[in-house]
Design a binder for this molecule. Sequence first.
Ligand code: DGL
Length: 271
Amino acid sequence: MPEPLNDQPIGAFDSGVGGLTVVRAMRELLPTEDILYLGDTARVPYGNKSPETIIRYSREIMTYLRSHNVKAVVVACNTASAHALSILQKESDIPVIGVIAPGVQAALSATRSGRIGIVGTQGTIQSEAYQNLLRQYHPDVVITAVAAPLLVSLVEEDWLSHPATHLILEEYLAPMKAARVDTVVLACTHYPLLKAQAQRVLGSDVVLVDSAQNAASTLARKLMTGGLKRAPSEHSGQITICATDLPPQFSRLAERFLGEKAKAIRQVTVG
Ligand code: DGL
C-alpha cells in the first residue's frame, strides 16, 4: 500500500550546510515530521553566482526531492529563495516555502524605528528581494543593505569567535551603525552562527533576526491548511541529510548547524 501523503517527508535544500539552521527550527516545531535535506556542497557558494545558474541548480534539486516523494519543500537558502522561489512555486503542485518573507515578517515585528539593516550574500542583496518585500509592507521603512561575501567562509572555517571575524564584522556592519538601525536581518543561512559576534559589534539594543523560526511556522501553517501534517503520533521525525559532495568537515559542521547528531549522511548526484 502506498504511504499516506501526510507521512511523506518534508524536503529542504540549501547550497551547503547553512540551511540546517532552518531545519533545526523545523525540528523544534514539527518533531514528528521526517525531513530530507539536500546540501549542494559540490556547487557551494550560491551567493556569487548568476540568477540563471541558481534557478537551474534549484530546479535540479527540486526534481531530486520530488523523486523522493516529499510533500512540501523549504528553500532553506536566501540566495535560492531570492532568485528561484517564485519559479519553483509556479512549477510545483506542493507547497514551496522560502526564507525571505519569514525574515521580513520577523524584521517588521521587531523594529520600532523603521530603520532596518539587511546583511546577506551578494546575490541576495543585489536581487533586492528583501528590500522590495519590506517596502511592499512598509513603504516608509529605511533600509541599509550590505553584502558580506566573506562571512560564509569564516563560518565554514569555524572562525566563529576569531578576532579576524570580529574585525570583518566591524567593517561590514559599520554602515548599519551609522544609519542607527534598530533591527538587522541575518539574511543568509550561515549567519545565525555569528549572532553573538554581530550582537557584540552592534550593541545589545539592536535586534538581530533570522528567518529560521518564522520559516518553520510558515511551513507548519501550510501543512495544517493543506491537510499535510502528520497525524499526532509517537513517531520521532527522522532527518536524512544528503550532499552533492562530502568534504571531511561536513558532518562536524552539519551537527553544529543542526544542533544535534547527524546520523544518516549520504552523497548523491543531482542534475
Ligand atoms: N546558503 C546561502 C544563503 O543563505 C549562503 C551560502 C552561499 O553563498 O551559498 O544565501
